[in-house]
Ligand binder design. Sequence first.
Ligand SMILES: [Zn+2]
Length: 182
Amino acid sequence: MTRESDALISHCPQCGSQALTWPSPKHFSCADCGFVLYLNCAAAVAVIMECQGKILFGVRKHEPQLGMLDLPGGFVDQGESAEEAVRREVQEELGIAIHDMRYLFSFPNKYRYRGIEYDTLDLIFLARWDEPPAVKAADDLADALWVSHDAVEYDKIGFGSLRRAVRRYLEIEYPGLEGGCP
Ligand SMILES: [Zn+2]
């Protein structure tokens, strides 16, 4: 079984043995002490913030995808719901509170950080405003931009999962939304 983590995890964390086998891409076991570790998919959230025909994009301040467009969001913490993660991340990154949101759909993603590729499942939410909230980019975001639907440049969106999410939202979900264009 090939996986980049094969080379990165060369010793058993419990006994130090190098007799590791990878029965599947997502778990390894130690032949000497029986230690088993599953490298499960991490949950992450992203929110499409919609106002007056525009979507809010963040500009990434850090690797991976430094300088590329992003949706507000991030990894779900242990013990946290997806909705709580959305509220926390939007508060941290934009300084505003989200009250109403609805779940749209999910896409898998790969998140490379310091040489390790993490598998994530990105849960996409929608939050809409009648008037643009006063956002201030912070934390992982260098800037925040409202972009008209027809001006979205997909190749500037850093993560494949979020490119797919914005495309699906604009081309499939959005035209069918109750009440049409805000
Ligand atoms: Zn071991």
